[in-house]
Design a protein around this ligand. Structure first.
Ligand SMILES: Cc1cc2nc3c(=O)[nH]c(=O)nc-3n(C[C@H](O)[C@H](O)[C@H](O)COP(=O)(O)OP(=O)(O)OC[C@H]3O[C@@H](n4cnc5c(N)ncnc54)[C@H](O)[C@@H]3O)c2cc1C
Length: 558
């Protein structure tokens, strides 16, 4: 965490702010020269790009704002930083704590009190994505031993299987972009945005990620992002904490069945015929574990169909998005990050919206089985790729829009999703190459004679997505894209590709739970995270993992 770095710089007399920003991320200092009132004040500051370039601008502005001498300011801690690019004059908005004759505290308010749990009571966790990882960490804090069963491999071995998808078009059904250590979160974009602010302590999750090696900049940025290149190390550090304190993690251990006795989960079976007696099980298998939904359905365990969203990924040269968002021609200012966007449009009573926008990123093949093509996006921490991509998806109302799939009951959304992914596989040429069209051709309804270059490694095949996608999605997307072109001048361009299909935005199935977070029919089973329908991203899944363990512990203590 940043406390060590703070200590190193504490007694430095004059430190250039920009240098400090590089070195310690979010803390700025000047010397402690006088003995005025001791206090910490939180203020907001607006800084132009020209001012941002100057050294010590935050101290100067803070001193002016508070009517104190610059020498009285001992330290400044940036609490929040965001960019307002609505007008030509781009502004950095800062929320800062000003330490007037007061030292910056050395450590964070958050502590993680991990205990040795090697001989403690066990809680079994199926799935080691963000929900499973944070469930395991919470077990250790609360004095219980997590026993994690994960179908995929550790991050290092998983990398080889990911390469095989990109280079040889072969998908290992237990080890891919969604399955393996860290779950879909490991090779994700690592954006840490969440709307689930009331569902848990977001800050605690951020602090824990920093504790495990994420940059402390995520504690400050309005749109925090870790980056796909940094996530594997964080995930590995989390694994090491769990093992160090006596937890167990079993890779290549797919759960294939479980037994129930007197309405209570009693054991789980693994693919290698191994059986484990269990008392409390956190089911955190994510939204791509279709075998788990089929298993529950076969066992007549209640599930619910859930509305979700599907569509395509659109990819522009990043420079086009920068020039629109930053009102510039050519390269963006060096102090500005690759620009992002967030778009939404109502079309025929359904929302069409951008999802998981990845500035300076890559499109990746996120299928979990051969015979399907699924695209998703990610970006490295520097967001320095040539491309900007985003899912553009249409809200699917599972009750009204999927009448044709009624025969599948609660699994109708899942079957619809599968059909679309098969369509993309066939249209892409029956490999992991994806079907694609220039954006303008998609909207205007013609096949693209050729495509723009793309970050999608397995390659693209020109295909008539405008006719291949069901009209409930394709028609709305086409209207939506035209509207987006009016909102962002330059967005609607032949220089962009649309690439299919973006189908795994969230789970099409919900696994119900009672108020105490147990499944209504099975005591001791806690549906958790995105697969249960209780999370939509890394942070909400992590918070749900913590909550499920807290709920399990409450019952175990009774
Ligand atoms: C390319 C990509 C980019 C993304 N970018 C972002 C982003 O920027 N920000 C964001 O918030 N979210 C992002 N997401 C989504 C995010 O990763 C998920 O919302 C999150 O990982 C869900 O967490 P989870 O723990 O509920 O499930 P998952 O992460 O899906 O983890 C489930 C785990 O369970 C394991 N499992 C499944 N079945 C079994 C079984 N039968 N037995 C044992 N183990 C099993 C799987 O192998 C997997 O490891 C992205 C996803 C992808 C694929």
């Amino acid at each position: 965490m940043f406390s060590k770095k703070v200590y190193l710089k504490r007694y430095t007399f004059f430190i250039d702010e920009l240098y400090l920003k590089e070195v310690i991320g979010c803390s700025y200092f000047c010397s402690n020269l006088s003995n005025f009132a001791v206090m910490v004040k939180e203020i907001q500051l607006r800084v132009t790009i020209q001012e941002e370039k100057q050294g010590s601008i935050l101290i100067k502005k803070a001193a002016h704002n508070l009517g104190v001498d610059e020498k009285e300011i001992n330290a400044i801690k940036v609490l929040r930083k965001s960019i307002d690019a609505r007008k030509a004059q781009i502004i950095f908005n800062y929320k800062i704590a000003v330490y007037i004759n007061e030292q910056l505290p050395e450590s964070s308010n958050y502590t993680f009190n991990y205990k040795n749990v090697s001989s403690a009571k066990e809680i079994h966790i199926i799935g080691f994505g963000p929900a499973g990882m944070f469930a395991a960490l919470r077990c250790i804090e609360l004095g219980y031993k997590p026993v994690v069963l994960e179908r995929g491999k550790n991050v290092k071995d998983r990398r080889r299987d990911i390469r095989a998808i990109n280079q040889f078009h072969t998908v290992d059904e237990d080890s891919n972009y969604c399955f393996g250590e860290g779950g879909a979160g490991t090779y994700s974009d690592g954006k840490l945005y969440t709307r689930s602010l009331k569902r848990g302590d977001v800050r605690r999750v951020f602090e824990n990620l920093v504790f495990h090696g994420a940059t402390d900049q995520i504690l400050v940025d309005a749109h925090p992002h870790i980056g796909t290149n940094k996530l594997p190390k964080v995930v590995q550090n989390i694994r090491e904490t769990i093992l160090k304190y006596g937890g167990e993690i079993h890779f290549e251990s797919r759960v294939v069945d479980f037994s129930i006795k007197d309405n209570k989960i009693s054991s789980i079976q693994l693919q290698n015929n191994k059986e484990m007696a269990v008392e409390s099980v956190i089911l955190a298998t994510g939204h791509s574990a279709r075998d788990i939904y089929y298993l529950l359905h076969r066992k007549n365990i209640n599930l619910e169909a859930k509305s979700f969203a599907m569509g395509v990924r659109v990819e522009h040269p990043q420079q086009i998005i920068d020039s629109i968002q930053y009102h510039c021609k050519g390269e963006r200012n060096e102090l500005l990050p690759a620009a992002s966007y967030s778009l939404v449009q109502q079309v025929k009573e359904r929302g069409v919206y951008s999802f998981c926008m990845c500035p300076g990123g890559f499109i990746v093949p996120a299928a979990t089985a051969n015979g399907e093509v699924v695209v998703n996006g990610m970006s490295p921490s520097k967001r320095n790729s040539y491309f900007a991509n985003s899912g553009i998806v249409v809200e699917i109302n599972v009750e009204k829009d999927l009448q044709k799939y009624n025969q599948y009951g609660v699994l109708k959304g899942l079957e619809f999703q599968k059909d679309l992914e098969k369509m993309a596989f066939n249209a892409g040429g029956k490999t992991q190459a994806a079907p694609a069209q220039r954006l303008t051709d998609f909207v205007e309804g013609r096949l693209s004679p050729n495509l723009n270059t793309s970050s999608y490694q397995p390659g693209l095949n020109s295909a008539p997505l405008h006719t291949l996608l069901p009209s409930l999605i394709g028609g709305r997307l086409r209207t939506g894209f035209e509207a987006f072109g009016r909102k962002m001048k330059g967005y609607y361009t032949a220089e962009a590709n649309v690439i299919g299909v973006e189908s795994r935005t969230s789970s099409p199935v919900k696994i119900p739970r009672k108020e105490n977070l147990e499944h209504p029919q099975i005591d001791g089973l806690f549906p958790c995270g995105e697969g249960g329908g209780y999370a939509g991203g890394i942070v909400s899944a992590a918070m749900d993992g913590e909550r499920c363990v807290e709920a399990a512990v409450k019952l175990l203590k009774k």
